[in-house]
Design a binder for this molecule. Structure first.
Ligand SMILES: [Fe+2]
Ligand SMILES: [Fe+2]
Length: 335
């Protein structure tokens, strides 16, 4: 397999071996969902393992594949653990489905896979436009105030990924690197989940600034050592916990039944659009609750690693982090 153009390097192999081909797809993308559903329905589809990278856990993806990578490009894992991506992944799926085997043979003719990969890359570039249109009803189902908050969540998770990248760029201490890598994995999953809810056109225009701020929020304390990083993460996650809690309350207020509407309850319950709207809010609530639980675990993990007695300089820094996060959220609601 090492000669295969899209097979990943040998040290990325044989990590999550299973007895069948495993397909990692983006269940948050309506186009991808429709395509995968057609494969699942066809003969042979029932014998493959389908993992929605949008909702799956890191364990389901394996240690060599994070959610953001899986959501960005189609990946499959062969029974021997070999990971394939892009056109090679599609060819592998087709080769397992009798109705599509001819296409696998065509795709594997000499020189074809690189061409198909180029076409797939073009599709990925235009997919957000397409996806934005098909996902419009999802985001438009949310009130404007909630959409503003979701924009801050997307910026926040983008910043969170960068915090840990900043830590990893500076520190060489094994314990701190293990801490940062572990948290980074969760933040990348969060970002993938939030990206699926917040279409590109609804994201903050200041993402480069949030990326840089996040990176500095990790890199600066890393220069001073693990204690400063743990204190910073504890402060950031305390803020994020409250931020998610406020949004969950906001959703609860939106989904609470209106007693004055009880006379029309049956009619309202029968309205498919209202039901779908409430379902989307419930799904969003579940997503935020699960992210919030991870952030609380991050906060507690960081808090348990230092003595929680900040000196004057540390207090000043933590104050800056807290105020900086609050200001960033305010700006991000509108830009
Ligand atoms: Fe997060
Ligand atoms: Fe976090």
């Amino acid at each position: 397999m090492s000669t295969h153009p899209e097979a990943l390097t040998p040290n990325h192999q044989t990590v999550v071996a299973a007895d069948t081909l495993c397909v990692y797809y983006d269940g948050g993308c309506p186009l991808c969902r429709a395509e995968i559903a057609s494969y699942q329905r066809t003969e042979g589809g029932e014998s493959l393992r389908w993992v929605d990278a949008h909702a799956g856990s890191p364990a389901e993806l394996g240690p060599d594949l994070d959610a953001a990578t899986a959501l960005a490009r189609m990946h499959v894992r062969r029974a021997d653990g070999t990971l394939l991506r892009g056109a090679a992944a599609f060819a592998e799926i087709w080769s397992h489905l009798p109705r599509w085997r001819w296409l696998a043979r065509l795709a594997r003719l000499p020189g074809m896979l690189p061409v198909l990969d180029q076409l797939y890359t073009v599709f990925l570039v235009i997919r957000p436009l397409w996806r934005g249109r098909s996902g419009a009803t999802v985001s438009e189902a949310f009130p404007r105030e909630l959409l503003r908050e979701l924009r801050t969540d997307h910026a926040g998770e983008t910043g969170a990924v960068m915090i840990y990248r900043g830590v990893l760029a500076i520190t060489r201490k094994p314990e701190l690197r293990a801490f940062a890598r572990h948290h980074l994995e969760t933040e990348q999953r969060h970002l993938g989940l939030i990206e699926a809810v917040v279409p590109p056109r609804s994201r903050s225009a200041l993402l480069p600034l949030w990326r840089l701020s996040g990176w500095l929020t990790g890199a600066v304390p890393a220069l001073f050592g693990p204690r400063a990083v743990y204190a910073t993460i504890q402060a950031v996650e305390t803020f994020v916990d409250r931020h998610y809690a406020a949004q969950i309350e906001q959703i609860d207020a939106l989904t609470e039944p209106d007693p004055s509407a009880s006379a029309n309850a049956t009619a309202i319950a029968g309205d498919a659009r209202v039901t779908a709207h409430l379902e989307k809010l419930e799904q969003l609530r579940d997503l935020l609750v699960s992210c919030q639980a991870d952030e609380v675990a991050h906060r507690n993990d960081a808090g348990s690693r230092w003595n929680n007695k900040p000196g004057p300089l540390m207090r000043l820094w933590l104050g800056m982090v807290g105020h900086g996060s609050a200001h960033a959220v305010r700006v991000c609601r509108y830009v």
